[in-house]
Design a protein around this ligand. Sequence first.
Ligand code: CP3
Length: 334
Amino acid sequence: MDLINKVLREKDVSANPIWIMRQAGRYLPEFREIRKKNPNFIKLCLNAKLSAEISLQPLKRFDLDAAIVFSDILMIPYGLNQTVEFEKNIGPILGDLNLDEILNFDEQDFIKKVSPVYDTINLIKKDKITKNRSVIGFVGAPWTLLLYMLNKKSPKKNFDKELLGNKMITSSLLNILNKFIKIHIKNQIKEGAQVIQIFDSWAGLLEEKELGFYVYEPTLNLVEYTKSLNIPVICFPRGIKDYQKYCEIVNPTAISIDYDVDPKMIDKKINLPVQGGLDPKILLADKDLLKKKASYYLDIFRDRPYIFNLGHGILPETNPDMLKYLIDVVKNQK
Ligand code: CP3
């Protein structure tokens, strides 16, 4: 069994496996090389051969314990016929939402549109480099996807709560999203994904009283579904204030923590395998500080199943040598 599954299934504490969010991405010159020739990001995600190559790039350089499929959480709105474009220095821009179309969307039409993602996983699995490593599939959580679909761009700078004003719309969209997210999970597993991660990047934008409807209920449903397929599921509810309550209600196989949360508090209050935490900005500093901060997480989670990762995606300006150094620190700790 691969190390990550040992941690997740057997609660093994003898080693800390490591993979990095956005490990296939812009900090790697070999990724930028391919990206330069493929200006359309969605098209690149739909090119299984290139996507598989990109997914494997970090494994060719570093001793990482997993490959994560190179794709995007916005492939689901794309698969539901909402246009998705990525603009340089701005991020994703989505087209108008056709509610009637989406509420009646055909499962086979969706699968046809996103099936290259499944082909990518198939190719990654076949490569001998993943023989003893996990292949991680992923989805966006219903709330984060709903937010992109309604806001049509990143909610980082502006997000009007009035978008959520019509409960009939939000509730039917959440239901439809859950249906198609499950289809996406099932098909990634069918092609060989051994772990599923659910990214809820904007969970932190909600108030406590809104979490039940937008986050806890729909995510619990997906967690139970993934577990019913006998596959471990890691949840990353970035920015959520009460990780303890989230874990009690949603009960993922493991909880991935962001860099704002105090790992000591997590250690005290939460009784699940943990992943992540380290601030990606530390990789922009010097090696001594990096070692010190990485060891801080490793020490706190020494006696529990802990997968090393960052508290959000690796930054594009990161020097790949710093990641190599971090992996050495993690691998030499136990
Ligand atoms: O982690 C990996 O290496 C796998 C691939 C992956 C990508 N996106 C590739 C990508 C994963 C797991 C994602 C998840 C994703 N996508 C999330 C959740 C995680 C998070 O960062 O909070 C979100 C919110 C998105 C939506 C998205 N995709 C945004 C907001 C952006 C633009 C901002 C940015 O970081 O560039 C993207 C683009 C994107 N997705 C890139 C990559 C490698 C950069 C595209 C480029 O080359 O320009």
